[in-house]
Write a protein that binds this ligand. Structure first.
Ligand SMILES: [Fe+2]
Ligand SMILES: [Fe+2]
Length: 510
């Protein structure tokens, strides 16, 4: 028999426990655990009411778990909201069902007890107390069902004492308030997660070069982190990311390139050494040069003595034709060999006579600077602009008032281009100062950049070669070799292209 003081202490303890749950699933389990503890019940279930549907959320049977040695897996599922089942009856009517033997419930007269679970698990449900969870407005938002109250030795099944009925009503109300609060928080988080996801997707979609990149990086990052949590042996056996850390990583991964929104589109979109309209200007100048040579040729054929020598014209024409081809080819991003740079210099040094008779450079300063890029398609200033996206990411993410548990999102997000040896950017953080989360993102980001078919400065690199490049970067001390090998060994890249990187704490909708 509980004293008044015992009752108050227990109710307080349950109230505190219920308000400590961070996630809805955690709270569902906690409500049942606490109610079982309070009533000394062997089994308990929880049902919620959503959009007029009854959702079976939690099932716990202590003696069964002990017998099996593990908790049987359970996935929430919807049930018909009818008065035929015990939970449905309580949900619809708001009445309590308190019986000494649930097998004696007569389905002809009221709700019947579904014995299928007992039959499957070789269990016998007997005493039962099922109470509605009412919110502050008195509306039923869920049902708690307790089965088989045990005596103090926890062996014999006894009826639920009458005094427990009232107390369970109070606990169910506390649980309802905790559930409403947790649901509200979950809804706000869902809303924000969806906003982050669709904003990042919209920024990626601005350019075919980045479309899908953030989603794929977020997917691969979470795959690696979750696999580390499961690892029982190896380099990451000791690593365990808490739920909050995983959530932090999810936001960081989805926000890692958000700073690209502030990068000039001309840089983000650049897919050749110079834009095609500028390339056409150069080709037009060369063609104009060709036309002038043809005029000279015509003059010579008509016996004009001022015309240039015929052989010289033929060779000059061939040279210009070949220069046109050379310049067009040069505009494709890639590596610029020294002989090509030398030839570009020769063409640049040439002039052409404009329509007004003035001499103009065949290739101007801007064109030479861009066409002579040694590797890729960005000049040093453009690289600077491109790299600044991480600083912009940090600034944007730092301004989001994340809750305390998610305070590292900005640092992780802005750390995806940092390298273990300190050669990364923007801060050149190295060694242990670089959090594991940032190292994981660095591997995921590079793997996706290599295997993506849509980058401006290169085509997709085949899988084997991409892996070889990752290993090379790891050997140089840039990437964390343990992370690289962990991803490869566990084949975490498989299916990453389609990974939707959904917010893992989304409220399940039925
Ligand atoms: Fe980036
Ligand atoms: Fe990225």
């Amino acid at each position: 028999m509980l004293t008044e003081k015992d009752k108050i202490t227990s109710l307080n303890r349950i109230g505190v426990a219920l308000s400590s749950a961070n996630r809805l699933e955690e709270l569902f389990e906690l409500i049942v655990t606490e109610c079982r503890k309070f009533t000394n019940a062997d089994a308990g279930s929880l049902f919620t009411i959503e959009d007029g549907k009854l959702i079976f959320r939690v099932a716990q049977t202590e003696s069964l778990e002990r017998k099996l040695g593990y908790k049987p897996p359970f996935k929430a599922f919807p049930l018909p909201m009818t008065k035929k089942s015990v939970a449905g009856y309580v949900a619809v009517t708001g009445e309590i069902i308190h019986v000494d033997d649930c097998y004696e419930l007569d389905p002809e007269k009221g709700p019947g007890f579904d014995r299928s679970y007992d039959e499957k698990m070789d269990y016998r449900s007997k005493s039962m107390l099922t109470v509605p969870m009412r919110d502050e407005q008195g509306e039923v938002i869920g049902v708690i069902q307790l089965i088989n109250a045990l005596d103090e030795s926890r062996v014999k099944i006894i009826p639920f004492p009458q005094e427990m009925v009232e107390l369970m009503q109070s606990i169910a109300s506390q649980a309802a308030v905790a559930l409403q609060n947790a649901r509200l928080i979950a809804e706000i988080k869902n809303l924000f997660a969806a906003f982050v996801k669709y904003s990042a997707t919209a920024i990626d979609e601005r350019s075919p070069h980045t479309a899908g990149h953030t989603r794929r990086v977020a997917g691969l990052t979470m795959r690696i982190a979750n696999a580390m949590n499961m690892a029982k042996t190896g380099d990451f056996a000791e690593v365990f990311f808490s739920n909050q850390e995983l959530e932090e990583l999810w936001f960081a991964a989805w926000l890692h390139d958000i700073g690209k929104i502030a990068v000039k589109e001309s840089v983000l979109e650049k897919n050749s050494r110079i834009p095609f309209d500028r390339l056409n200007w150069i080709i037009s100048r060369l063609k104009y040069n060709l036309l002038q040579l043809e005029i000279e040729e015509l003059k010579g054929s008509r016996g004009d003595e001022t015309a240039l020598n015929g052989e010289k014209i033929t060779s000059a024409k061939a040279q210009v034709q070949s220069d046109i081809e050379f310049i067009s080819k040069l505009n494709t991003a890639g590596f610029l060999p020294p002989e090509d740079e030398a030839r570009l210099q020769v063409i640049t040094a040439r002039t052409f006579q404009d329509i007004d008779g003035s001499l103009k450079p065949m290739i101007d300063e801007y064109e030479f600077k861009n066409l002579s890029i040694k590797r890729g398609n960005l000049t040093a200033e453009e690289w600077c602009e491109m790299r600044s996206h991480v600083i912009k990411t940090r600034t944007i993410v730092k301004n989001i008032p994340f809750t305390k548990g998610l305070k590292n999102v900005a640092d992780i997000a802005a750390g995806h281009h940092e390298m273990v040896d300190g050669s990364g950017y923007p801060l050149g953080i190295k060694g242990d100062q670089l959090p594991l989360q940032a190292r994981i993102m660095a591997v995921a980001d590079i793997y996706d950049a290599l295997t993506a078919a849509d980058r401006p400065y290169k085509k997709a690199i085949p899988f084997d070669k991409s892996i070889a490049i990752l290993r090379e970067d790891a050997a140089k001390g840039k990437l964390d070799s343990r992370v690289v090998e962990f991803m490869i060994e566990n084949k975490l890249y498989e299916g990453h292209l389609e990974d939707q990187a959904e917010y893992p704490w989304k409220i399940e909708v039925f």
